[in-house]
Design a protein around this ligand. Structure first.
Ligand SMILES: [Zn+2]
Length: 192
């Protein structure tokens, strides 16, 4: 019996230590999530977004409009992406893998590949949709949307007109923007 005592206490201590470590890890994650960038840092993210664009991807970043018929887009896109981009459908929350994407890179329009956001602008809003506190300047257009009898600001890709999501003013500081995007309307290009 006496021989088992140290083993028992070791087990308890190890469990307690792990619990503390878990708490510490959680605290670190929460701490990191709450560490907001400064306004100057957000300005840099907007100005230098190309630094996260993989040069091997050979993405056309011109703003020359890309216009295609509904039939042409339907042929080019998966059905669910077409429904979101050109019928303003909304995907189910927590349904798209881009919600968990954490690598460095750029999020481009699923229809025309215009870069719309970078990984530096992404944050976890807890809504189940890929969310960003800023977007690449000049690459998005907005319009007022009263579909749910609540005025909301819809936004879409400036080059092809593909619907992306809605932007709200309850995002994190300093921008307070929450660009709530459908993962089906985006494609992620990793930097490496
Ligand atoms: Zn587009």
């Amino acid at each position: 019996m006496s021989g088992e005592q140290p083993v028992k206490s070791l087990k308890i201590n190890r469990r307690a230590a792990l619990a503390h470590l878990g708490g510490l890890a959680l605290w670190c994650c929460v701490g990191r999530a709450q560490a907001a960038p400064t306004a100057a840092e957000v300005d840099q993210m907007r100005k230098h977004w190309r630094e996260l664009l993989n040069p091997r991807a050979e993405i056309d970043t011109s703003l020359t409009p890309v216009r295609k018929s509904a039939e042409e887009w339907r042929k080019l896109l998966p059905k669910e992406s077409y429904e979101v981009l050109f019928k303003e459908d909304t995907e189910e929350p927590y349904s798209n893998h881009l919600n968990q994407e954490k690598r460095d890179g750029v999020y481009v329009c699923r229809a025309c590949s215009l870069p719309l956001f970078t990984s530096a602008m992404k944050y976890d809003s807890g809504t189940g949709w890929p969310s960003f506190f800023a977007s690449i300047p000049g690459h998005m257009e907005t319009k007022e949307d009263n579909f749910l009898w609540i005025p909301r600001t819809e936004y879409h890709c400036v080059r092809c007109g593909g619907h992306q999501g809605h932007v709200f003013d309850d995002g994190p500081p300093p921008t307070r923007e929450r660009w709530c995007n459908n993962g089906l309307a985006l494609r992620f290009i990793a930097l490496k």
